[in-house]
Ligand binder design. Structure first.
Ligand SMILES: Nc1ncnc2c1ncn2[C@@H]1O[C@H](COP(=O)(O)OP(=O)(O)OP(=O)(O)O)[C@@H](O)[C@H]1O
Ligand SMILES: [Mg+2]
Length: 273
């Protein structure tokens, strides 16, 4: 099943020329993709369409198999609840503590605090925020706020996580740790889409990417030399039957592979229970 499907999607802001043109792609359930492109290429704009903050000016968008234009408002808010978003600018609520910000998605669905408190604390501890549960966002560093934004996006175990530059404000070590969280959630079946303009990030991992350039989107395979990733990619090709010659031609582009991380089984099992 496709969680996300874009058909001939165009997006323009106001009367300006479109910044996204004729965008076509699908995200299969359980897939993991990077969304790349230089600053201003339209990554955040494309994500906004997926999390229903922006309507395309042309084309069709299907989420969880439904054409969004045909759905009533209530169905759209149900869909929105299945999508965890890490905003590029965090969007934490200043009048709430880090603990409360993180627990908010659970609270708004009416869950009892006794039921989720331990999970939230464990998650915050894992992202290195166990020492500032009661702090308000503005008293924390950019990297700490980013980690809280990630914790809030994943805490309700959404079906898809859309993360906009989720490692842009943390150091390399913490970036890898946060990536392990996304990888572990993906192993549990969560669909992941990570927007980044950081070449080092996507080159370090075995995942295909969707690349935005001049308003159009192309699929790129995983980094060259990464045999495991290429096998995975082959599997995906067979399954989807849609990867093309262009992908193979572009393999030469990606030559550097940063040190690969090992996913420690159990280290991120906070979300399994
Ligand atoms: N609300 C808006 N109104 C008008 N133009 C906008 C708006 N949001 C974005 N744009 C324009 O759309 C283009 C794409 O912006 P977007 O934020 O999607 O890029 P991006 O790929 O996410 O960039 P970055 O890597 O810097 O985050 C830019 O030219 C930007 O100025
Ligand atoms: Mg952006």
């Amino acid at each position: 099943m496709h969680i996300v499907s874009f058909e001939n999607v165009e997006l323009a802001y106001g009367d300006s020329p479109p910044i996204l043109r004729d965008i076509n792609f699908t995200l299969r359930q359980g897939s993991f993709h990077f969304l790349t492109g230089s600053s201003g290429a339209g990554k955040t704009s494309l994500l906004r369409i997926i999390f229903l903050a922006k309507r395309p000016t042309k084309g069709r968008v299907l989420l969880f198999g439904d054409h969004i234009d045909t759905l009533p408002r209530r169905a759209l808010s149900n869909i929105r609840r299945k999508i965890g978003v890490v905003f590029q600018e965090f969007r934490l609520l200043e009048h709430l503590s880090i603990y409360e910000n993180t627990a908010l998605p659970l609270r708004v669905t009416g869950q009892k605090e006794a039921h989720y408190r331990a999970n939230v604390l464990e998650l915050l501890d894992w992202v290195g925020l166990g020492h500032c549960l009661d702090a308000t966002p503005s008293t924390l560093s950019g990297g700490e706020q980013q980690r809280a934004a990630i914790a809030r996006a994943v805490v309700s175990q959404p079906q898809i996580i859309i993360a906009d530059e989720p490692t842009g404000n943390v150091d390399t070590q913490m970036g890898k740790r946060l990536m392990r969280l996304f990888i572990e959630l993906n192993k549990l079946g969560t669909t992941i889409l990570i927007a980044t303009h950081d070449q080092h990030l996507w080159q370090a991992f075995d995942y295909p990417r969707l690349h935005l350039e001049a308003g159009t989107l192309s699929r790129k395979p995983v980094a060259k030399g990464n045999e495991k990733g290429r096998k995975n990619e082959k599997g995906r090709k067979n399954e989807e039957g849609r990867e093309n010659e262009e992908g193979r031609e572009n393999e030469n582009e990606q030559t550097n592979k940063a040190d690969e991380i090992q996913v420690q089984q159990g280290e991120t099992n906070i979300k399994a229970g």
